[in-house]
Design a protein around this ligand. Structure first.
Ligand code: NAP
Length: 263
């Protein structure tokens, strides 16, 4: 395999002729952990993480990074070919639906193998009072009957789905301030996770929260809010995950990706 002359915007772009080039579609804790794990093999592997650019000052993973959209599946396929990517890993958030479909199409167009790294979803346990919605729009329709002071953790990008609601009062926590349109009765807390169980207990109590709204993001990083809600007897409205592209192989762990790369 020839040396990869492709440009990188981050560190770690050593010459390494013959190294396979892994493109990680990121923006998640799992993607960062994967980049960290693969950095241990940097003599053997070239790794680039791609971020959408939604967060103003993202925490960058080791290896090379690039930021911003590719211009749809054809743009991603062109980038893969131009940068001699040999393996594509879709480690985007379970709710980043469009990018997962773009990845599947780009993999087919470029002939590069694709693996999805998806953390498992959450399941209710004893003491949980969960309600389910299939979309943010359905969650918005269910919300007014479920609580009066809602901690809305479905992400600042989807806030427009709730912008027409005058009830309930909302608390939103995000790294960057949300853009309009947002619900009229909204308090924004600017903060970057991870948040501990003690943090979440304090937040629910301090703001007198009586309803938690969340996507079924899965993983441990944002799970303490669910434990805090269970302890406080607060109901949780859970937005189910969107469909995943058919035929794409999936693993649930960084180890699974390493096995795939070495297989
Ligand atoms: P999306 O709706 O699936 O994607 C919208 C567009 O953003 C894509 O068509 C693509 O643009 C660009 N994009 C998405 N992920 C990208 C990546 N890793 N690298 C380069 N371009 C990317 O995605 P989203 O829900 O807006 O999420 C954006 C990012 O935030 C993702 O990386 C995701 O992992 C992360 N994130 C999302 C959520 C969530 O709840 N949705 C939560 C936490 C983190 P082009 O078509 O121009 O290539």
């Amino acid at each position: 395999m020839p040396a990869d002359p492709g440009p990188g915007t981050g560190s770690g772009s050593g010459p390494g002729p013959g190294r396979p080039h892994v493109l990680i579609l990121g923006g998640t804790t799992e993607a960062r952990r994967l980049a960290e794990a693969l950095a241990e093999d940097s003599a053997r592997l070239r790794v680039t993480t791609s971020l959408a650019g939604r967060v103003a000052a993202p925490v960058l993973p080791p290896g090379e990074t690039r930021i911003g959209g590719f211009g749809g599946p054809a743009g991603l396929a062109a980038w893969i070919t131009a940068h001699r990517v040999t393996h594509l890993v879709d480690a985007t958030h379970p709710f980043a639906e469009r990018m997962s479909f773009n990845a599947a199409e780009a993999a087919a167009l470029s002939g590069v193998p694709l693996l999805a790294l998806r953390r498992p979803g959450w399941s209710p346990g004893p003491g949980d009072r969960w309600h389910f919605a299939d979309s943010l729009a359905e969650a918005a329709a269910l919300l007014p009957g479920l609580g009066t002071r809602a901690f809305l953790t479905t992400g600042r990008m989807g806030l427009h789905s709730f912008a027409h609601l005058t009830e309930p009062w909302f608390l939103v926590r995000s790294v960057d301030p949300p853009a309009d349109p947002v619900p009229p009765r909204l308090e924004v807390l600017l903060a970057r996770g991870p948040f501990t169980l003690a943090d979440e207990r304090d937040l629910l109590a301090h703001h007198r929260i009586d309803l938690l709204v969340t996507k079924d993001s899965g993983g441990s990083a944002t799970a303490p809010k669910l434990t805090a809600a269970r302890e406080a007897g607060i109901p949780v409205l859970v937005v189910r995950r969107p469909a995943v592209p058919a035929g794409v192989a999936q693993v649930a762990s960084v180890e699974g990706v390493r096995d795939w790369l070495s297989g």
